[in-house]
Ligand binder design. Structure first.
Ligand SMILES: [Zn+2]
Length: 266
């Protein structure tokens, strides 16, 4: 049983905070920068796991990464990619926008939810053993209880690969987005699979880890991923900070140079 399941929430959070502060101090340096907690580090913590399928299928956005997790605030490479997109390419820091954040990452939420211009809504599926705070709504992404055309922005970062029947969820995200709105819909994508691979017979965590690359993934997205979004109405743009030469010291953010960002417009 994990420590966090037997300790009261506030105590577990305090202990974790103290540990992170100390480990963050030990790794201080100048090589890498985390924009969420505004700290610089000699190195970040490694993240992800090595599995044969991840290499065989060349799944971008999965697998072991040496400098991945911010030692101070736990931001991941994928979260820092989103930071760069939001701050360099959108008006989210200043414009009055209604934002829906699915399965909210703490670092992204901490940044957006305090912005005075943002009306912020967070929601996620119920998971046993996971802490929820009062600001996160428990919801089913395949059956959202929001009205049509509710949000200007949706952030859904590495969620759809966990959802059985993702096309329904994509349709729901499209439905609740306002016309003219945009969504960041990140998933791990195989570089070599033309077509998304799923198999409903693969059900156990052990099988899913072996075949899809993570115990709770239900498919491997292929190069047809943007088409899946377009089939539900979105117009998709695919960007890459390195390829598109975004004006930032990209190496310091320790993002994955191969991870593209998918922006879906309604
Ligand atoms: Zn950080």
């Amino acid at each position: 049983m994990a420590l966090k399941e037997i300790l009261p929430f506030w105590l577990a959070k305090k202990l974790k905070g103290a540990y992170q502060k100390l480990s963050g101090l030990a790794l201080r340096g100048q090589n890498y920068y985390c924009p969420y907690c505004n700290n610089s580090f000699r190195k970040l913590r490694p993240g992800g796991i090595d599995l044969p399928v991840i290499y065989e299928k060349q799944i971008i956005g999965a697998g072991y990464r040496l400098n991945d997790v911010c030692p101070r605030c736990n931001s991941l490479d994928r979260d820092r990619l989103i930071y760069l997109y939001l701050t360099l390419k959108t008006n989210i820091m200043t414009a009055p926008l209604k934002v829906f954040h699915v399965a909210p990452e703490g670092c992204i939420r901490a940044m957006l939810s305090v912005l005075p211009n943002i009306t912020y809504e967070a929601g996620m599926k119920y998971h046993q053993g996971f802490y929820y705070d009062k600001n996160t709504t428990i919801l089913d992404i395949s059956k959202l209880e929001f009205e049509d055309d509710t949000f200007d922005v949706i952030i859904c970062n590495h969620v759809l690969e966990h959802i059985e029947g993702d096309l329904k969820a994509i349709g729901e995200l499209y439905r609740v987005l306002k016309p003219g709105g945009w969504a960041i819909l990140q998933v791990p994508v195989s570089r070599v699979l033309e077509t998304t691979f799923e198999d409903p017979a693969v059900r156990t965590p052990e099988e899913r880890e072996k075949i899809f690359g993570q115990f709770d993934h239900v498919r491997i997205y292929g190069q047809d991923y943007p088409k899946r979004l377009e089939n539900r109405g979105f117009i998709v743009a695919r960007h890459n900070p390195y390829r598109d030469k975004w004006p930032a010291e990209l190496d310091r953010f320790a993002i994955n140079p191969e991870e593209d960002i998918f922006i879906a417009y309604k």
